[in-house]
Design a protein around this ligand. Structure first.
Ligand SMILES: [Fe+2]
Length: 370
């Protein structure tokens, strides 16, 4: 049956419709039925679906469409009438802006370090949004004027959402101690790495808060892992491929804890874009699988670490009291220079937040300030 209307008509039980800015689309009856804006189908308060759409008849068909300037009522073979607005339907079909569209890949030539001023952002949602936008686009931001107090970083975290607690607690010391359970608690240099790839999920963001940092050395160093990965993809596609296919295991074990996860050093999403990088020289181990593949993998890993250690990719800076470096742990490699004991004090504190927590706060702020 075909019913002719101005924009929409029925073709084989589906709706063929032409919408401004979208073009002509053929819409499946179940796709339409489960999106019905009727209060019988969607709870007006939560927007969540009330309908058990899994049990809809698979031979469901559209039997009538009726439209005016703004609305499109669609009648189905089960008797339901869905009261769509054309604007609402258009919004469902329009490609949503992608968070990846405007990220900035950088290297050691980045002229301006993204910064925020906590004395402003703590009371101004527009400034807080700008801070989180810098974090999204550059994968890091240096926040100045955070209280120089032991738990000063908590004030920033609380403006964003719940902290990610781990077996090490909430906020952990990064300073040299006699009984270090992690190399960050020594005076050693730390080679570029990502944090805690043995956790699941891997912590999304690292908050590194400086209380004092006047010993010789101890500069922070960061590298954009997405930039390195893209350059590797261009220059050495075989190496790139090996690093996306081999999945090292990552493990952390102590008397009370066994943490295990695995994942490639370069993980891709469904569109072959880099989703996450991992690098943890102290905790990774590959299975003894195909030796030819491992040969390619080890060569590729060397190429990767040569790039990560190449100063042209790195930013170096020294955090001072009241500075907070927030880093995207899925995109950046971070490390530090060693520092010389006895030349001064170095005491930083760090904690984590999950990706969805930070993303949610940013998206809520975007409603007003985006
Ligand atoms: Fe780290």
């Amino acid at each position: 049956m075909t019913v002719t209307a101005e924009r929409a008509r029925i073709v084989d039980g589906r709706v063929r419709i032409e919408l401004d800015g979208i073009g002509t689309r053929e819409l499946h009856p179940i796709w339409l039925r489960e999106r019905s804006p009727s209060p019988e189908v969607h709870d007006p308060k939560t927007g969540q679906r009330l309908l058990d759409s899994w049990s809809l008849p698979l031979d469901l068909a559209v039997t009538a469409v009726e439209e005016d300037e703004e609305n499109l009522n669609v009648t189905f073979s089960d008797g339901h009438v869905a009261p769509f607005t054309l604007d609402g339907l258009t919004a469902q079909l329009r490609r949503q802006p992608d968070e990846r569209d405007d990220i900035v890949l950088w290297d050691g030539n980045l002229q301006q370090i993204p910064e925020a001023d906590w004395s402003q952002a703590r009371g101004d949602d527009a400034a807080l949004y700008a801070m989180l936008e810098s974090l999204r686009r550059y994968a890091f931001v240096v926040v100045r004027n955070v209280p120089v107090e032991l738990d000063g970083v908590a004030e920033v975290v609380e403006h964003i959402g719940p902290m990610r607690r781990t077996n090490w607690g909430g906020i952990a010391d990064v300073k040299a101690i006699a009984d270090a359970y992690d190399l960050s608690m020594t005076t050693r240099a730390l080679e570029p790495h990502t944090d805690n790839p043995y956790r699941e999920p891997v912590p999304g963001y690292i908050f590194l808060h400086c209380l004092v940092n006047n010993a010789d050395g101890g500069d922070s160093m960061i590298t954009d892992g997405f930039r390195v990965a893209e350059d590797l993809r261009q220059g050495s596609p075989e190496a790139f491929d090996a690093l996306t296919r081999v999945r090292p295991n990552f493990t952390y074990v102590d008397d009370d804890t066994v943490l295990e996860n695995s994942g490639p050093l370069i993980e891709l999403d469904e569109q072959d874009r880099v989703r996450q990088v991992r690098l943890s020289n102290r905790t990774d181990a590959v299975d003894a699988e195909d030796a030819d593949l491992l040969d390619r993998y080890y060569r590729a890993r060397r190429q990767l670490t040569d790039m990560v250690n190449d100063p042209t990719y790195q930013l170096h800076f020294k955090l001072g009291p009241g500075d907070l470096l927030i880093m995207d742990n899925y995109r950046l490699y971070h490390g530090r220079e060693g520092y010389r004991p006895g030349t001064g004090d170095r005491h930083l504190r760090q904690c984590y937040m999950d990706r969805d927590t930070v993303g949610s706060r940013r998206k809520v702020l975007a409603r007003q300030h985006g």
